[in-house]
Design a protein around this ligand. Structure first.
Ligand SMILES: *Cc1c(COP(=O)(O)O)cnc(C)c1O
Length: 423
């Protein structure tokens, strides 16, 4: 029986046997003991399930992987050392020299660098599209070397909401894998597999862990894509000489996740640590409760700021005037999470004065954890850009990015109020 998401948050991924610890122990070990040589040989041949070396699998990491896979409704998941490691391993599982990626341009800065700067050095090129562009324009970018389409559910930092229907239709029409970074929505607010995605990526460093305690990433296999005899995915249909001639497309399940783990995790080794898996597993216990609170707090803060005379504009999909209000109501009906941005009237010095006057809300480069925090991109992450370049990048000089935490909303608003009095 399939449980509801809030039940999976506390019950998913781990079931103790009688007498075992109720929550997953931290299996702080690189390796595992077997009495019989044949038992180990079967593991290496993927004939049996089990652990032999923590770079490939670990019981604590498996508990976290299981919980996220269940929450997303996927068939398997792979815990990685960071969100960037997850994106990198996913891309290498699908692409080789000469292949290309078709990606939204409204994505996390680190992923943008991976696609625009690092992968081209290996002959893998990315064609970027504006997620608001019409389908005809986006599908022109696809050719027979395109290995996946990449988007974010709630884009970081622009907070654009993904029109799943449009992208899923393009992916299906051309038989291309549809990959979604679901970090800022989490499976509590949106499950991309229900809207046509085939692979989901997470930076668990954000809401999944939720406490800013552990870096991590996850790749989730939807198990809903046919690789068999698909010429676009020839490497899934040819024997893997580095893995005893295994043909991934012939596996009964989790073809993508098996290839990703057996080849890419083996070769690149960007595995999640058992300690971080434990913290992330524990963090997910409260994920459903936290996302509800993040969303409702952000909605209250957005409504407050929208009415404030010193505020130029507020960007949050909960506001009826927001461009993505209708799309958000369709795909994230329970809320859009805690991220919002706004502009303070006046020049850049007003934003700085406001930020420094905050007492409860802290300045950080992190987002999406329990504590409210702000960032002023023009003087930090986007510091090297000119005034004109900032506008082009969709980050005007007066933009303040606010990640609304789960504190009492009245305290958050009171802090904003007293800081705005200094402007
Ligand atoms: C933070 C983030 C990443 C990168 O994750 P790390 O864990 O920091 O490597 C990827 N995608 C999104 C949407 C993010 O917010």
């Amino acid at each position: 029986m399939a449980y509801k998401k809030d039940t999976i948050c506390v019950q998913g991924g781990y079931r103790p046997k009688t007498g075992e610890s109720r929550i997953p122990p931290i299996s702080q070990s690189t390796t595992y003991f077997y009495e019989k040589t044949q038992d180990m040989a079967d593991l290496f041949d993927l004939k049996a399930d089990g652990y032999f070396y923590t770079r490939l699998a670990n019981p604590t990491v498996a508990a976290f992987e299981g919980k996220v896979a269940e929450l997303e409704g996927g068939v398997a998941a792979i815990g990685c050392s960071s969100g960037m490691a997850a994106s990198t391993l996913m891309a290498f599982t699908l692409c080789g020299c000469g292949d290309n990626i078709v990606s939204s341009s409204a994505i996390y800065g680190g992923t943008f660098n991976l696609f625009a700067v690092t992968l081209p050095k290996l002959g893998i090129y990315t064609r970027f599209f504006d997620p608001d562009a019409p389908a005809e324009e986006i599908e022109k970018l696809i050719d027979d070397k395109t290995k996946f389409i990449f988007t974010e559910t709630v884009a970081n930092p622009s907070i654009k909401i993904l029109d799943f229907g449009k992208i899923a239709a393009i992916a299906q029409k051309h038989g291309v894998l549809f990959v979604v970074d679901n970090t800022l929505a989490t499976p509590i607010l949106c499950r991309p597999f229900e809207w046509g995605a085939n692979i989901v990526i997470h930076s668990s460093s954000k809401y999944l862990d939720g406490h800013a305690a552990a870096l991590g990433g996850v790749i989730v296999d939807g198990g809903n894509f046919c690789f068999k005899n698909n010429p676009r995915y020839a490497p899934f249909n040819e024997p893997d000489e580095s893995y005893h001639g295994l043909v991934y497309a012939d596996l009964p399940a989790a073809q993508f996740a098996t290839k990703c783990r057996a080849q890419m995790m083996r070769d690149m080794g960007a595995m999640m640590s058992p300690q971080n898996a434990f913290l992330s597993w524990l963090g997910c216990d409260t994920l459903a409760l936290r996302m509800e609170r993040h969303s409702s707090n952000a909605q209250k803060v957005a409504a407050y700021l929208a009415k404030h005379p010193k505020i130029d504009w507020v960007w949050h999909a909960s506001l009826p005037g927001n461009k993505y209000h209708a799309v958000a109501q369709k795909y994230l009906p329970e809320g859009t999470g805690g991220m919002l941005s706004f502009g303070i009237k006046g020049d850049v010095s007003q934003a700085a004065r406001f930020m420094e006057a905050l007492k409860l809300i802290t300045q950080e480069t992190h987002v999406a954890d329990v504590r409210s925090c702000v960032l002023h991109p023009a003087s930090t992450t986007h510091r090297q850009l000119t005034k004109e370049e900032l506008v082009e990048a969709g980050v005007p000089e007066n933009l303040v990015r606010l990640s609304v935490g789960i504190e009492n909303p009245e305290d958050i608003i009171a802090d904003l109020e007293q800081a705005l009095a200094h402007v």
